[in-house]
Each structure stands twice: as structure tokens, then as C-alpha cells.
Write a protein that binds this ligand. Structure first.
Ligand SMILES: Nc1ncnc2c1ncn2[C@@H]1O[C@H](COP(=O)(O)OP(=O)(O)OP(=O)(O)O)[C@@H](O)[C@H]1O
Length: 243
């Protein structure tokens, strides 16, 4: 079960209302997009549904189970993986070590001492091949380009075999060739049955990749539908252009 839904989410930071009574319903098995002007609450929503921050009110359900207030680790264990707007890899660990620490099971000392299970290394290598980083397995993550680090972060998320994956600005700061590779990878992973929710400012990517788009403005959804519908929705144009 991968469906993510939320009801009445609300979150304020001091006087700033970041998420303002938002509902969310993802289309299962689809590539869902979440767009909206800067500061409209998209990342805060991501952080709430992945357990990184607690909402002031509202509920989150994952595959029929209420997960409101669960820790990020428990939510990840329930099948939800995520990447971050500012990519999070361990710069001084190699690409392979980054893959293995994402499992949490082995201890860092074991990984650095080569005491990891052969099966884990094989699974990690399989994902590195899928994202095109297998030839860099022994390279320190800090020596990868920013786009390659984003691919590594996604590959590390895939180690947990999540059925639902949230990507926070996968194209941000990435060169066009790697943006295409990330897009192809998302399509392939979706064809295998994984559901995606993608926050992205690159409209060309969102419109070509996503099958269902949710538009946020001032902390709540103002429109949802297929790309062609969203592109011509007057509420969306108003939110973006103020027209
Ligand atoms: N930790 C925080 N402390 C204070 N204010 C915050 C915090 N996190 C978010 N905000 C505020 O909440 C609002 C929503 O921010 P959020 O980052 O969720 O928007 P966003 O849609 O993801 O923006 P962007 O597209 O620029 O990443 C903004 O006004 C932001 O300044």
C-alpha cells in the first residue's frame, strides 16, 4: 500500500503560517507533482508527512495506516523514502559507503572495516548501476558533481525499497543531461509500480514527467489535475503571476 493522504494539516513557525489546513491525496502508482510559488509551504508539507516536523494539527495516513506523529525512521520503514532540497550525502564516505549506511542496520565501523554483508553490497551495486554510478563506487561522495550526488541520494533511498518516494527539487542545481537521466529513472521506477511525489520548480520537467499535479499557494492546495489542465487553470496563473 503506498497511498499517502493528509487531512487538515496546519503548521506555523512563530507568526508565519506555512501550511494552512491542507489536504493531500496522492494518485497511487502515479508520478504526482507538487508545485507552487516560493514559500507556499511545499517543503513544510514534505517535512510533516515524512515525520521530520510535527504538524500543529491534522492527520497523515500512509497505505491506510495513520502515521501522524511517527518518527522519520518509522515512516521510512513503512515504505516512504525521500530526498532533500539540498542534497544530503556523507561527503567523506565513498559512494558505496553512502549506500550501505543508508541501511542503518550495519554499523559505520563495520562498513569502514569492510565487515558488511555481501548481499547488501550486491544490492547497493545493483542500484548504483541503475543510476549510472557503479563506476564511481570507490570515489568519495564529495568528489561527485552535484547532480551525481543527487543520483547517489536517490540510489541510497532505493536501498530501503520504498513504494512511495518523495523528491524535493530533484532538478535544482543539476545540469540538463543529468536532469534527463533523473527523469528517465523516475519513469522507470514508476513503471515498476512505485508512486512519486515531486516538488520541483523546473516546469518543463514537471509538465513532462508528472501525470497528476497539485498546486499549492499560501499553505494549501488551490488546484489539482493533469498537466494540460493545470497549465491553463486561471487560479494557477494568478498564484504564479499575480494576474
Ligand atoms: N523552520 C522554519 N522557521 C521559520 N519559518 C519557516 C521555517 N520553515 C519554513 N518557514 C516559512 O514557512 C513558509 C513556507 O516555507 P516552505 O519552505 O515550506 O515553502 P516552499 O513552498 O517549500 O518554498 P520554496 O519553493 O522556496 O522551497 C515560508 O514563509 C517560510 O519562510
Amino acid at each position: 500500500m503506498s497511498t499517502l493522504s493528509a487531512k487538515g494539516l496546519r503548521k506555523s513557525f512563530g507568526g508565519v503560517v506555512a501550511v494552512d489546513g491542507a489536504d493531500l491525496d496522492l494518485h497511487e502508482g502515479r508520478i504526482n507533482g507538487l508545485i507552487g510559488p516560493n514559500g507556499s509551504g511545499k517543503t513544510t508539507l514534505f517535512n510533516i508527512v515524512t515525520g521530520m516536523i510535527k504538524a500543529d494539527s491534522g492527520t497523515v495516513r500512509l497505505g491506510g495506516t495513520e502515521v501522524t506523529g511517527w518518527s522519520p525512521h518509522r515512516i521510512a520503514h513503512a515504505g516512504l523514502g525521500r530526498t532533500f532540497q539540498l542534497c544530503r550525502v556523507f561527503p567523506r564516505l565513498t559512494v558505496m559507503e553512502n549506500m550501505l549506511v543508508s541501511l542503518r542496520r550495519p554499523r559505520l565501523r563495520d562498513i569502514l572495516g569492510g565487515l558488511t554483508s555481501k548481499a547488501d553490497v550486491e544490492v547497493a551495486m545493483g542500484w548504483l548501476e541503475r543510476v549510472g554510478l557503479d563506476h564511481l563506487a570507490g570515489t568519495d561522495a564529495r568528489d561527485l558533481s552535484y547532480g551525481q550526488q543527487k543520483l547517489l541520494e536517490l540510489a541510497a533511498v532505493l536501498m530501503a525499497d520504498p513504494q512511495l518516494i518523495l523528491l524535493d527539487e530533484p532538478a535544482g542545481g543539476v545540469n540538463p543531461a543529468l536532469i534527463d537521466r533523473i527523469g528517465d529513472l523516475v519513469r522507470d521506477l514508476n513503471a515498476e509500480g512505485r508512486t512519486f511525489l515531486i516538488v520541483e520548480h523546473n516546469m518543463a520537467m514537471v509538465m513532462s514527467l508528472c501525470q497528476h499535479i497539485i498546486v499549492f499557494d499560501r499553505g494549501r492546495p488551490i488546484a489539482a489535475g493533469p498537466p494540460a489542465e493545470i497549465q491553463s487553470d486561471p487560479r494557477v496563473l494568478e498564484a504564479y503571476l499575480g494576474v
